[in-house]
Write a protein that binds this ligand. Sequence first.
Ligand code: FDA
Length: 417
Amino acid sequence: MGERFDAAVVGAGAAGMMTAAVAAQRGLRVVLVDHAERLAEKIRISGGGRCNFTNLGASPTQFLSRNPDFCRSALRAYGPGDFLDLLRTHRVSWHEKHRGQLFCDDSSESVIRVLRRECEAGGVHWRMPCTVRDVGRDADGFRLDTDAGPIRAARLVLATGGMAIPQLGATDFSLRIARQFGLRIVEPRPALVPLTFDADLWRPYAALAGVSLEVRLSHQAPAAEGGGQRARRPACAEFLEDLLFTHRGLSGPGILQISSHWRPGDPIRIDLAPGRDMGSALVAAKSGSRQTVAAALAQSWPRRLAEAWLGTAGETGGGDLAGLGGLRLADAPDRRLRALAERIHGWTLWPTGTAGYKKAEVMSGGVDTAELDQRSMESRRCPGLHVVGEAVDVTGWLGGYNFQWAWSSGVACGRAL
Ligand code: FDA
């Protein structure tokens, strides 16, 4: 038999707690199940411990999905302003850090506390830690076989998020159960993740680990891509953000952003001096200059970067760049300086992979939005089954968008249960 509920929500993270709180406060009998020992670990570690819980500019433009419009109605019904109202009610203060990104003044624990209290206000029943061994369905609704006994529920909400950071207990539970009930899945992959390179090719840059600078990154999707894929991946993505050199490759906000668009085999293009005309600047700086080309570049970049990057550009960039770093700027022909500038503004690299789910902030892909009603997050194929949060094929940019999607999809679902 098992205890009976109106709705069972599996996953007590950002989207699951929001769904459960909203549904329970409408008077539904809701059970929230999670296998973790500690509540909402991803909220706790997010934003360096201060949780970048939304972005003031959140709109469908900052989300990747096979159907980029899918998130529109949930974001309209519950946007950043609504979440701020909720934080105000609980006297949580925040600040804006960068381009609309909002963080807690205190710590991300405040956001967890707000969601837990909202669940308590609705009388949500908790099963945690609790493992769901099996899920079945009959005329009476869903049956969950858990290590805390059987649970029966008229509706089931899959809210176990994505597979990023398995060391924190992330699993593919939602995708597995969605598949079990016949829902299509858009291939999941790590996103907002560092990019890696062939170890031999990267060796000259490995010494630059820790160097960071603002760059413009762009990615062009191959022209041959099919219609469906193109809709999911804009033809061209561009970000002006910081880049960070690591021992194995590249990271930093700019790379994390571009990684959500990148696919194996694609190049990425980096403008190492965005907004400047390096060709004209180097040629103009020649007259009377006694410094080397490397020293001239070191006025705009960290010295380590200027020397190592110029050395490698010299080895791989052909005749015009060979030995240029050690040459006096005044002696360098304009043609060679302009060739160098071209390389600086259009450094093209072919990553060989990503750092994987262990280092990713999110999973892109997930339950295909074509399977779900955008107002209720309910499956069209399997009535009574809902999917929310990161498990859905809706992936936000870096900057608070993924939490906003968790809140918006959770509220949409909680109101519709
Ligand atoms: P979420 O991951 O929050 O919750 C899923 C829950 O399901 C967890 O409690 C888990 O224990 C549970 N679960 C998993 N498998 C289960 C199973 N088999 N059985 C039972 N329970 C199971 N986003 C953002 O907008 N701003 C930010 O600052 C950050 N920062 C950030 C830092 C780091 C290091 C990471 C890894 C991620 C971020 N994110 C972020 C992304 C953000 O954390 C993420 O998109 C949301 O937490 C997704 O919310 P969900 O509720 O969908 O999943």
